[in-house]
Design a protein around this ligand. Structure first.
Ligand code: ZN
Length: 199
């Protein structure tokens, strides 16, 4: 990188750390940043700074939030008797876009994956049990991904919650086993939700 300035080399280096961005793409993006209007380049930098400084996890459900509580938890119109458990905030977004679920969520921030060294303690399972213990839920919907690890996580949680007076259901298997919630189209997701089965 002798031929580029230090700051350009740094930008290329940072871009190449992004998922799916190789060295060539990183260079292309860096030169693009130098070509566009300065205000446009700085708007990107500001947006990255703002999202990292303002977005945090909701203290109740672990969805992404600007402030201590997310927009779903603070929405009085949501049905507080229904709780849908998902792995990641982007799974929650996919279900929201399907537009038929009106209850609350709990985001695990992962799934139990022994091979990757992820155990129940690294997920938000303790606060989930606490919510169910003290909450008003009558139904818990398992919406973990239909993978071996997602199913294992759902089973683990349903065993933990078995002692509470709630019905536990899971999404119908309209979703092809192994496919990931966030890539499943809205109609299939809506069907999976409305045809949910007893766990
Ligand atoms: Zn929330």
């Amino acid at each position: 990188m002798a031929q580029v300035t230090q700051s350009l080399a740094t930008v290329i280096e940072e871009f190449s750390k992004l998922p799916g961005i190789g060295r060539k793409s990183a260079e292309r993006l860096a030169y693009h940043i130098l070509r566009v209007h300065k205000s446009e380049a700085l708007a990107l930098a500001d947006a990255i700074r703002a999202v990292r400084e303002s977005v945090q996890y909701c203290s109740t459900c672990y969805n992404l939030a600007e402030g201590p509580t997310c927009t779903i938890c603070s929405d009085d119109r949501r049905d507080k008797t229904l709780l849908c458990i998902v792995e990641q905030p982007r799974d929650l977004m996919a279900l929201e876009q399907a537009g038929i679920f009106k209850g609350l969520y709990h985001v695990l921030l992962g799934r139990i994956a022994p091979l990757d060294g992820v155990g129940p303690d690294q997920l938000t399972i303790d606060p989930l049990v606490e919510r169910v213990r003290s909450g008003t839920f009558r139904e818990i919907i398992m919406a973990t991904n239909p993978t071996v690890e997602g199913d294992g996580t759902a089973l683990y949680i349903s065993n933990l919650l078995a002692e509470y007076p709630v019905q536990i259901t899971r999404l119908a298997r309209g979703i092809t086993t192994g496919s990931i919630l966030e890539y499943t189209n809205k109609e299939i997701l809506a069907d999976a939700l409305s045809l949910r089965q007893k766990f």
